[in-house]
Design a protein. Structure first.
Length: 99
């Protein structure tokens, strides 16, 4: 099983949850608890221009939280490896619901 570190904490990757324009989201497990680990990617996107993706993720999360939008909690951010740990909420992903 693949393992990824976020700020020195190791998570086991169980499966890919989805891919967006900014990164891949994986179901990750540590000490029997499930999380979402988002790995930022730098693949080209013809319809969108990116700046600093990891900082944009942080800023967008803060902005949406400030105005009261409920979403999974951002628990940890590893700037150097461009990885984010978020709260995992069991259920269908938005990706699957849209399909």
């Amino acid at each position: 099983m693949e393992k990824l570190n976020v700020n020195g904490t190791e998570y086991e990757i169980e499966k890919l949850l989805g891919k967006g324009k900014g990164g891949y989201s994986y179901l990750a497990v540590k000490d029997g608890k499930k999380y979402v680990l988002k790995q930022i990617h730098h693949e080209p996107c013809s319809y969108y221009q990116f700046g600093n993706k990891i900082q944009s993720e942080i800023d967008d999360y803060k902005r949406l939280s400030t105005i009261g939008i409920k979403m999974p909690e951002m628990l940890d951010v590893d700037i150097d490896n461009e990885r984010i740990i978020k709260e995992y909420i069991d259920g269908e992903t938005i990706y699957n619901l849209v399909l």
